[in-house]
Design a binder for this molecule. Structure first.
Ligand code: NAP
Length: 292
């Protein structure tokens, strides 16, 4: 297959590039293709003639989005719409990555793809509208919602904890928000595992899926797992004391869902033994990579 990947320099994009060995990959960063530019999207599809598009591009600065509403909507709503329209014109499928932030976090059991959405932030609203734009422009789509993404690349919670842990004796981390940490390499692996299924004649399981790590924790518990593993792998020589605080004690411009647990069983059923979402193993892999 020839795959066109957008947002190729992001966490997901980099992990996808690392793992995409059995296909021809056209990996385009923002400089190579700005997905907000519909003419540029059409031109890229015409030029590269892919069999499938994977969209890893997004505006992911959740707090900044509260101020940069227009830009967030341009990238997260109009961008996927442009890609979906371009794919529809050429009879291509689109795999698009979305987020747990489409939910309000008031549930008490894991969110299913069909659970009611109620985004609480500009980022969440823009991602929801991007999903809806994809659904209305293109039947042959897979939308994969994920959460709490970390990797060896870019900025993420694991890298922030390691940096702060090396600088400080004590940290305060929110303990009343729970979610499933997800290794970007596992998301990339799941997308790659889907490709042979999509090429089968008569594939009909298009739609929305969830892919989150295999268990849920609070940010505080996640930080403890990071420090315990960083110590045992020699990434840090000492770990800070980690105090637990409430969301109220750590106000942010964008409201976060308190409960962000995704039910990934639909994708697991589809991928069977190709499904891997063991986030603790992903964490150890990332720490080993970061320790060089
Ligand atoms: N990170 C998380 O915790 C998280 C949680 C849930 C869901 N997700 C979703 O997972 C997907 C991948 O996230 P990620 O963590 O890999 O994000 P990321 O590291 O922020 O990567 C996103 C990439 O998109 C690029 N981009 C921004 N605007 C663009 C545009 N107009 N055209 C083309 N590319 C553009 C960015 O380039 P620049 O760096 O140059 O701006 C960046 O390389 C996204 O759909 C995100 O919404 C992420």
């Amino acid at each position: 297959m020839k795959i066109l990947l957008t947002g190729a320099e992001g966490q997901f994009g980099r992990c996808f590039q690392d793992r995409c060995r059995d296909h021809t990959l056209v990996a385009l960063s923002r400089a190579g293709l700005d997905i907000t530019d519909r003419a540029a999207v059409r031109a890229a599809l015409a030029r590269h003639q892919p069999d499938l598009v994977v969209n890893g591009a997004a505006y992911t600065a959740v707090d900044r989005a509260e101020q940069q509403r227009q830009l967030a909507f341009a990238v997260n709503r109009d961008g996927p719409e442009n890609l979906a329209i371009g794919c529809a014109e050429r009879g291509l499928a689109l795999i698009h990555i979305s987020t747990d932030y489409v939910f309000d976090g008031t549930a008490t059991s894991p969110y299913l793809p069909e659970s009611a959405v109620n985004p609480q932030s500009v980022y969440g609203q823009s991602k929801w509208q991007g999903e809806e734009a994809v659904r209305s422009a293109l039947d042959q789509h897979l939308i994969i919602r994920t959460a709490w993404v970390f990797s060896e690349y870019g900025s993420n919670f694991v890298k922030t904890m390691l940096r702060l842990g090396a600088e400080r004796e004590q940290l305060s981390v929110v303990a009343d928000q729970r979610g499933c940490p997800t290794y970007a390499g596992h998301i990339a692996g799941a997308v790659l595992a889907l490709l042979p299924l999509l090429s089968r004649p008569g594939f009909e399981r298009w739609g929305t899926y969830h892919f989150g790590g295999d268990s849920f924790v609070s940010w505080h518990q996640f930080s403890q797992a990071i420090f315990a593993n960083a110590l045992s792998l020699g990434v840090l020589t000492h770990a800070p004391r980690v105090l637990s605080i409430s969301t109220e004690q750590y106000p942010t411009p964008a409201k976060r869902p308190a409960y962000s647990v995704l039910d990934s069983s639909g994708l697991q059923q589809l991928l069977q033994d190709q499904f891997d979402n063991d986030w603790q193993q992903g964490l150890r892999w990332v720490l080993a990579k970061l320790s060089g």
